[in-house]
Design a protein around this ligand. Structure first.
Ligand SMILES: [Zn+2]
Length: 299
């Protein structure tokens, strides 16, 4: 089943906190753990949803996949609300988020007109750096396994719950857009992105909690990763051909791809400025890769 990422119970102890565009997830238990923290203005929404489930019990862990503004935006707000919260992320995320320039960028991207003071991005720091292969005890929910899955970003981290056969890959394995289309998300490195998907593909999974819009459950998880790999290769090949045909004019390629892809994918669409930024990064990634290949024939 493919379920929209609206607030609600997924299975015993596991909840989607919504909203559809930026669903975050909660695993309740002796050490309640939340996965990702959406955009800053959703802080109040997340706390309202958390309270419905946890009551007065505090949130214990927040696991961040990466520090893009739409995945860590409300972390500072949550920390203020739950002062003992342990914010976990990769050491690369910790380094990035410690930089005033990164905080300023998140602040800028998080700003929407009419925002209240409490909806603004609050700087935060990572309390516990986690890395590939780490296992974190979640008491009755077993352990959480950490997987470094770079490609979308350098700091991208996926989380796997073996006891629940549940994977939280964030954007490491693409972003499904409905009607079977999966956005390829190799913003910084195509080859490591594909390798990361292949690592996730071998996990025994019954549930994939996506970073945007959808939850895959049961039979629909079968074949998801193969499809993500197939569509990623196809998208890369399309960019490669267009780069050659258009004399490596990245902007011209961007206009063609946008008409072909963004014009065609079903609603709800990714916000246009975010789409434009991401597409620019993907085309640059492929252009750089082709340049390197041209310098090293046979590689
Ligand atoms: Zn991202």
């Amino acid at each position: 089943m493919i379920i929209p990422g609206n607030p609600g119970k997924i299975t015993d102890g596991l909840y989607c906190l919504g909203p559809l565009e930026n669903p975050t997830y909660l695993l309740d238990g002796g050490k309640p753990a939340m996965f990702d923290a959406g955009v800053s203005f959703l802080g109040e929404h997340y706390v309202t949803e958390l309270k419905k489930i946890l009551g007065t019990r505090p949130l214990h862990y927040l696991f961040l996949s990466h520090v893009h503004f739409d995945h860590c935006g409300a972390a500072g707000y949550l920390k203020r609300h739950y002062p003992d919260l342990i914010i976990c992320a990769s050491s690369i995320s910790a380094e990035i988020i410690a930089k005033p320039s990164a905080q300023a960028l998140i602040q800028k991207l998080s700003t929407v007109p009419g925002m209240t003071e409490s909806q603004k991005f609050r700087p935060f720091s990572v309390d516990r750096a986690v890395g590939d292969g780490d296992r974190i005890d979640l008491q009755e929910n077993g352990f959480l396994e950490v997987l470094a899955t770079p490609g979308h970003t350098r700091d991208m981290t996926s989380y796997y719950l073996p006891q629940l056969r549940t994977l939280i890959p964030s954007e490491a394995a693409g972003v499904p857009a409905g009607r079977g289309y999966i956005y390829a998300e190799f913003l910084v490195d195509y080859d490591s992105y594909l390798y990361s998907i292949s690592r996730l593909a071998v996990l025994p999974v019954e549930r994939i909690l996506c970073a945007h819009r959808f939850i895959y459950d049961g039979d629909d998880t079968v074949g998801y990763f193969d499809e993500a790999i197939r569509q990623t290769r196809r998208f890369k090949n399309r960019i490669s051909i267009l780069l050659e045909q258009n004399g490596y004019d990245n902007e011209a390629v961007g206009r063609i791809i946008k008409a072909e892809e963004y014009g065609q994918v079903p609603e709800p669409k990714l916000a246009e400025p975010a789409y434009d930024l991401n597409l620019k990064a993907k085309i640059s990634t492929i252009a750089r890769r082709q340049e390197k290949k041209a310098q090293k024939p046979g590689s």
